[in-house]
Ligand binder design. Structure first.
Ligand SMILES: Cc1cc2nc3c(=O)[nH]c(=O)nc-3n(C[C@H](O)[C@H](O)[C@H](O)COP(=O)(O)OP(=O)(O)OC[C@H]3O[C@@H](n4cnc5c(N)ncnc54)[C@H](O)[C@@H]3O)c2cc1C
Length: 511
């Protein structure tokens, strides 16, 4: 630690949204912050790649709780809405089934009820009940547990009765199935955990709170993509006097006199700091960046035993001259495959790459002209697949192209007829890409799966149990993955880190 009593210099490993939000919070607390990331642009999974005039926003597309971002900016004395333009989506998204039936999600209550009645009039009462259940879980799970530290066992014990009362042991799907009978509605009310890496048949029903989030706060798109949010965050950090250093990979967290004392980069450069925040995946943080430290809790063996979220196969593509084609295809579409439970079982439990798939299709060019050349479209299509840790692991070097071809065939048949004649740009991410680009253990899409015994107190803590002066933010910590989740990890972190004394410059020295 530096000479004065309170710490001053902070290093944040990783410029994912959780890392950037942490850096902003630390800047607001008076720290001199340096963010380090191996990529060329900030945002982590929320960064972008531009190819042939198409900007591919690589990850998050749906912003559900704008207030979390507004609170973050306000904590830094800034106004989010001056820096980023959010556009409310109406409808939110459309779900399409094989039999031709559809379901359109909207914020408007009457419109939603009309949709439910159109599919299954008998389920209207159950649907209303489900929304009530969702709101109860929002107040407890999101506003209470999700916004405060959960690193003390006592914090968990205090809330156990409430967990029992809310039947947190039940899965999201089981809860939806208690309220509605129509299998399509059961899907529509239960698939959301997939957006944060959870198996809907096994993650706790606390996550049904997402339905309330959408209803209460809407679904938004950030003009310029989530990349625009990440760039605005980096600018706030610079305006606070901090630094965002891209293209640098951290090799190890330095520990001196029993405390985190800085980092060593690949190449040997050392950066000293009074506190270190790791936004790298919690698994990578412990198994790689602290590989030379004995660990009490997050040993390699324990991390290996965790259940990790699924992997993702994402095909980013541009299409030429299609602006006036596929007029019925909006910004967000979910194309449901023939199987639900068995398909999820294959992905999460059996680790089997299936021939059938369910797809999330993103077409930002209907909302944001900056993503594609005039007259063209930019898309991404995402399919959940097994992560790389299953015994019968998928060899993506041989499977990538056949899988993309299957995806193309399904898109042509179900959503975008004639697609193959218009594709002008193409880029594929497999779990191998997630492993190599984001240093994500097992190439998982969303870090440790949010099962009940891997959530809150049971998740890697925001204040490290292993090394004093080390803190964690991002999807693998509390409260968890997703944009609101990782912005929340920074809010929790700020409650655990002491305020700084006036900042001193970072010292750098070659080893
Ligand atoms: C395809 C996809 C779609 C998604 N859609 C949505 C959505 O619509 N809505 C939503 O809310 N959420 C969505 N999510 C989830 C959300 O994007 C993530 O949970 C969130 O962005 C993760 O943020 P993070 O802070 O954990 O950091 P990450 O994005 O994981 O970033 C971590 C950063 O750390 C860097 N790093 C790691 N190790 C090192 C090292 N040793 N040295 C230097 N740098 C290092 C990496 O390069 C990376 O930039 C989506 C995710 C994906 C992948």
């Amino acid at each position: 630690m530096s000479d004065s009593a309170a710490p001053q210099r902070a290093i944040v490993i990783g410029a994912g949204l959780g890392g950037l939000a942490s850096a902003m919070r630390l800047g607001a607390k008076g720290y001199n912050v340096c963010v380090i990331d191996k990529l060329d642009l900030p945002g982590g999974r929320g960064s972008s790649i531009t190819q042939g005039g198409h900007r591919f926003d690589l990850g998050p597309t749906i912003i559900t709780v704008p207030q979390g971002l507004r609170d973050l900016w306000a904590a830094c004395g800034r106004d989010f809405d001056r820096d980023v333009t959010l556009k409310p989506m109406d409808p939110f998204y459309e779900i399409r089934w094989e039999d031709g039936s559809t379901f359109t999600m909207r914020q408007d209550e009457a419109a939603m009820e009309a949709e439910v009645s159109r599919l299954s009039p008998a389920d209207l009462k159950g649907f209303r009940k489900f929304l009530g259940d969702s709101e109860d879980r929002y107040w407890f799970g999101y506003e209470n547990l999700g916004r405060r530290p959960m690193n003390e066992l006592w914090e968990l014990i205090k809330v156990l009765p409430r967990f029992v009362w809310l039947r947190a042991d039940r899965s999201v799907y089981a809860h939806a199935a208690r309220r509605v009978r129509d299998p399509r509605l059961r899907f529509a009310l239960s698939f959301h955990p997939l957006f944060i890496g959870g198996d809907p048949f096994r993650v706790t029903s606390m996550y049904i709170l997402v339905s309330h989030l959408e209803k209460a706060f809407g679904v938004h798109y950030a003009m310029g993509g989530v990349q625009a949010i990440a760039k605005a965050m980096a600018q706030v950090i610079r305006d606070q006097g901090g630094m965002v250093r891209m293209g640098a990979e951290v090799d190890e967290i330095l520990v001196e006199n029993g405390r985190a004392a800085g980092v060593r980069l690949v190449g040997g450069e050392r950066l000293e700091a009074d506190i270190v925040v790791s936004n790298a995946d919690a698994g990578h943080t412990y198994t790689r960046l602290l590989r030379n430290r004995p660990r009490k809790r997050w040993t390699d063996a324990k991390l290996k035993r965790q259940r990790w979220s699924m992997g993702l196969f994402v095909w980013y593509f541009g299409t030429r001259g299609t602006k006036d084609m596929w007029r019925d295809v909006g910004h967000h579409t979910i194309v449901v495959g023939p199987r639900y439970r068995a398909h999820i079982q294959d992905i999460f439990i059996n680790g089997h790459l299936c021939d059938d798939m369910s797809l999330y299709v993103h077409r930002p060019s209907v909302t944001d002209p900056s993503v594609a050349p005039d007259g063209d479209d930019t898309f991404y299509v995402l399919s959940p697949v097994p992560h790389l840790g299953h015994d019968n692991g998928v060899d993506w070097t041989t499977e990538e192209e056949p899988y993309r071809q299957k995806m193309l065939a399904m898109l042509e048949e179900r959503l975008l007829p004639g697609l193959s004649q218009h594709v002008s740009q193409s880029l594929v991410f497999t779990p191998d890409t997630f492993r190599d680009r984001y240093l994500s253990p097992l190439g998982a899409g969303f870090s440790i799966e949010p099962r009940i015994l891997q959530s809150a107190y049971f998740r890697p803590h925001n204040i490290s149990e292993e090394v004093p002066g080390l803190y964690l933010a991002g999807a693998g910590t509390h409260p968890g993955a997703g944009v609101p989740g990782v912005i929340g990890t920074a809010e929790v972190l700020a409650q655990l880190v002491p305020d700084a004394t006036p900042a001193a410059p970072l010292r750098m020295a070659a080893e």
